[in-house]
Design a protein. Sequence first.
Length: 332
Amino acid sequence: MSDYVASVEGAELRKWVFSPMFFNSIDWTETDQFDRPIGEVAPYLNDERVFGVHLWNAKTNQHNREGDSLISRLSDPPDRFPPLASLADRYDTDKNRRAGNRHFYARIFDRLLSSRRFSLRRLLEIGLCRGLSRDSSAETSPIGLWRSYFPFGHVIGVDRDNFSRFDSERFTSFACDQSKKEELRAIAAKLGPASLDVVIDDGSHASFDQQLTLLEFFPLLEKGGWYFIQALDWQPPGEDNERIALTKTLLREIQQHGSTRSADPLGLSALADEMQEILFLTAIMNWSAQICSAALSLFANAGKRVCQLNEMTFGQGVLVAKWEAVIEGRGL
């Protein structure tokens, strides 16, 4: 084949021929890299120019396949790179099928974020208390879940409590009351515009807090980033719906009319042009004879930022069909 491509007759194929290194990011002289943990080989794998990794079997056949080495994980991808829906069951988070309210949001996050598993740089989650008590380990909490699923990603946690004792090379915490604009802005100033791939609001769930946080943190997303808000149908006691409309109500009005129609004292309409498309999607998961809500969403493409919404809903079949139809229709 090489001789043919080099000949006059095969000249037209040359534009389709690439160096082996175009596909094999680890050179045959660098096979020792396969013995390193995956988190240490980001320069080789987390590069948009990389199309794959050749295992150089003759040279790596004797390498240890145990532990967290790159060769170990590549040797058994289904087990060592499980989907988020399965991985979440190993952690103390209500994003799985067994902890807390068992919302199983992981199934939705997996659908929407799996394509960025090895390219995601920074994820911020608001609300760390579930699964991260003062006596727990970061490795068993949502922090550990996101760090495991996104091996090259940096996780940023925001919570009213101080979790700085868990700060590390791949985790940064901020103590913040999301009902206070000045505290949110202080964090936003440290992070900078277009610095995040994903924002997840699993904080107080109060409409005022959700909307204030959305206004301050949405500009932190890079183009095409995702913004999730969980539990849109639940409000903490004491919320005044006359003073401020539900977040879901305002976002649905933006979706349908291009601006808000209900009480919007914070001015959520200001973000309308930044959200190319808003979709409310609901998937239902039957688990242990109960119906668990699982999703939500709203996203944008064509280079604009994405806003992702979670919605607590109870129902059967038809909602699942709706979710699947949207997924197929948008090629996700």
